[in-house]
Write a protein that binds this ligand. Structure first.
Ligand code: NAP
Length: 342
């Protein structure tokens, strides 16, 4: 094996406010040997996701929170390096909950179930965790199944230069919509309009952004693909058209707060909005359909994606905050090891 130690970040404390490195304990143990029925997977890329912050807290959520002392839960992509499980062969590339560690032992069931990637995919590994992976799949179902935009309608996407938002906006363009992104900073906004084909982008860090949003949506807003919540969501809701749809994907602006979020229920009533929250795993039986479509759009050049890649597992506890600081464009990943296969 390339290394004889397995570094694991275990959850030491539930964060209060921002995540701190001291919320984790770094533990080094020998690389385990697979028992009968198990495979040993080496983490190649760790996905950093806003939901990691939710998993660290003991609040109501869609999975049990990570227990104190447990290896921090995290999605990622790995390579099978030893196997005593007939479902996994050495060299297989797999995705799933690899955790914040160099190596994972899995028997292929429960939370350790890992999806084998087909061999020889013409898509770069980081994109398999982003635009063609779980965040792309989130955008796909959230927009098409919940937002249900019609050609010519106006779709607003918040956190639009992030992993999920950048894909949601491009799918809305593919569907023939007017697409307006909201993102922090001029360069992110330029990326949206100049490279991804958004019709307009609003920099919410610039003064007067509320007026800029109104100007960018002259016919109002039919679909809100909501990633941020709080003041940004309120401003979008105030501009929704009658019978508009809100695909409530996330509310990142509140994840570091200790208080529940409040919002503009008046707009929901007066405009008869349909607001539906969803978690991507609700669509698990259809993941392959989404991944194939996202891969096809990527290969056709209709869907572009970017990744922000941080080197080294040791940097995960600080890099996670880049999501909350807006210091990422596209999917935020940690590169943990080089693949030996492919
Ligand atoms: N429902 C699901 O199944 C599901 C699945 C995946 C993700 N999500 C949700 O989708 C959203 C985006 O996730 P992602 O993984 O794609 O991350 P991401 O968008 O790549 O990164 C997060 C982005 O959010 C923006 N942001 C952070 N704090 C903000 C604040 N206080 N106000 C405004 N913008 C803020 C930042 O961009 P700026 O520079 O523009 O501020 C940052 O780059 C999150 O809410 C996440 O929870 C939901």
């Amino acid at each position: 094996l390339p290394s004889s130690l397995n570094r694991q970040f275990r959850l030491r404390a539930r964060p209060s406010g921002r995540i701190k490195p001291s919320d984790f304990q770094l533990v080094e143990t020998p690389v385990p040997e697979p028992a009968a029925g198990e495979a040993l997977v080496r983490t190649l890329y760790l996905s950093l996701d806003p939901t990691n912050r939710i998993w660290m807290s003991d609040v109501e959520q869609y999975m049990p929170p990570v227990a104190l002392g447990e290896v921090m839960r995290g999605g990622g992509l790995g390579e099978v390096v030893a196997s005593r499980n007939p479902a996994y062969e050495v060299g297989d590339l797999v995705t799933g909950l690899v955790g914040w560690q160099d190596f994972l032992l899995t028997d292929g069931s429960g939370m350790g179930a890992l999806t084998k990637l087909p061999k020889g995919l013409p898509i770069a590994l980081p994109s398999l965790l982003g635009g063609v992976g779980i965040t792309g799949i989130t955008a796909y179902f959230g927009l098409l199944e919940i937002g249900r935009p019609e050609p010519g309608e106006t779709v607003v996407v918040s956190a639009a230069a992030g992993a999920t938002g950048s894909v949601a906006g491009q799918i809305a363009k593919i569907r023939g919509c007017r697409v307006v992104g909201i993102a922090g900073g001029r360069s992110k906004c330029d990326w949206l309009t100049q490279e991804l084909g958004f019709d307009a982008a609003v920099d919410y860090k610039a003064p007067g952004w509320q007026q800029a949003l109104a100007a960018a949506c002259p016919s109002g807003v039919d679909v809100d693909f909501e990633n941020v919540g709080g003041e940004i969501m309120d401003e979008v809701l105030a501009r929704m058209n009658l019978n508009g749809r809100v695909a409530l994907c996330g509310m990142i602006s509140g994840y570091n707060a200790d208080e529940p979020m409040r919002g503009r229920f008046d707009a929901i009533l007066m405009k008869r909005l349909t607001v539906r929250g969803f978690i991507v795993i609700d669509f698990a039986p259809r993941f392959t359909e989404a991944a194939l479509q996202l891969a096809q759009w990527t290969l056709e050049g209709k869907l572009k994606h970017r990744e922000t890649i941080v080197d080294g597992l040791e940097n995960a506890p600080t890099a996670i905050n880049r999501l909350f600081d807006g210091d990422n464009v596209g999917k935020l990943l940690v590169k943990v090891a080089e693949p030996s296969a492919r």
